[in-house]
Design a binder for this molecule. Structure first.
Ligand code: ADP
Ligand code: MG
Length: 313
């Protein structure tokens, strides 16, 4: 089905910190209050754009891992099932929050938000499986860590479990997502980077890994034909010399300038690196605009008055 709707498709990727800010315990009340900031803007933007929302899940999946360790009365769940659980949890919270804002604005007379459990194919031979390095879950002391069955890495303040973070290859539900957009729905999907699966005959099988949500968002944006990729996080954009006296937040930069700064190490792996990489991948695949903004400056970013825009032109 071809849609008559010609409004640009905007993919907003919300950082995990859009819900739980550093230093908060992450109560549902805190998460709802934090969510209101980006969701109000997204509700207003839904007048002019067809909207797709993806989200991180670091703090939420970390809390589920802690619960699992605290409770021995029920069987433990594998990581991929915990990612699925956070898609439900956050899909519900983001969806209900957005629906409330849409109703308050009078934008949509009936609920138009769909949250989709999303699986993402990775390569079983991805080198990340041989060298897991993405920290997940709580901090452990050396003593606690000694009895744990999984690989751990030393991080500031202790040790954390590390898991593989393979590259996303394709979004399994891309056709369903595109169809939902064409039907006029706002779709929440690819939560936590998606549930990682490998191909298994015609079907797929879940694997113990996590996928970076920014790279998964770039893959999704390409596969459903999004026009704009906007990555919303807890800093105003991408900076050169971040955290130093020379720190310089970037406004509009060219693809070459962004690529050079990435190669020079200005954007570290696991935080700003994948955002810039996702923006570059999206533009290389034909995307029109790629932006990195603070969660409270999404509309300003789109208007060109805040954030970092990597210019494809
Ligand atoms: P999210 O949950 O939104 O994905 P991340 O923690 O993964 O957030 O990435 C955002 C963080 O990246 C910022 O809080 C900031 O501390 C860090 N960061 C590292 N390098 C840079 C940089 N060059 N410019 C801006 N932020 C950076
Ligand atoms: Mg991140």
């Amino acid at each position: 089905m071809k849609s008559a709707d010609t409004r640009p498709i905007l993919l907003v990727a919300l950082g995990g910190n859009a819900l739980i800010r550093r230093g908060e315990t992450g109560t549902v009340e805190e998460q709802r209050a934090n969510l209101r900031v980006p969701i109000r803007q997204i509700a207003r933007l839904s007048r002019d754009y067809r909207i797709l929302i993806t989200h991180g899940n670091g703090p939420q999946v970390g809390n589920l891992l802690l619960q699992q360790e605290a409770c021995t009365a029920v069987p433990k769940l594998p990581l991929e099932v915990l990612v699925a659980a956070t898609q439900g949890e956050l899909g519900y919270m983001i969806g209900s929050s957005l629906d409330g804002e849409l109703a308050a604005l009078g934008v949509h007379p009936v609920p138009m938000v769909v949250s989709l459990v999303t699986t993402v194919v990775v390569d079983g031979e991805d080198p990340a499986f041989a060298a897991p390095e993405k920290p997940v879950g709580p901090l452990y002391s050396a003593e606690e860590a000694a009895s744990l069955p999984y690989p751990l890495a030393e991080v500031p303040g202790g040790r954390r479990r590390v898991v593989a973070s393979p590259r996303p290859l394709t979004i399994v539900e891309k056709r369903q997502i595109r169809t939902l957009i064409d039907l006029g729905f706002i779709v929440i999907c690819c939560g936590g980077g998606g549930i990682p699966v490998i191909r298994n005959g015609r079907g797929t099988r879940g694997v113990e890994a996590v996928i970076d949500k920014d790279l998964a968002s770039a893959c999704l944006a390409e596969e459903v034909g999004a026009d704009i990729l906007l990555i919303a996080t807890d800093v105003p954009g991408a900076a050169l010399d971040y955290g130093t006296e020379q720190e310089l937040f970037l406004g509009t930069v060219t693809v070459k300038e962004a690529r050079d700064a990435l190669a020079q190490g200005h954007f570290p792996p696991g935080s700003m690196g994948p955002k810039v990489e996702a923006a570059l991948l999206f533009l290389a695949s034909g995307g029109k605009r790629a932006l990195i903004t603070a969660v409270d400056e999404i509309e300003m970013g789109l208007a060109g008055t805040a954030g970092t825009e990597i210019s494809g032109g």
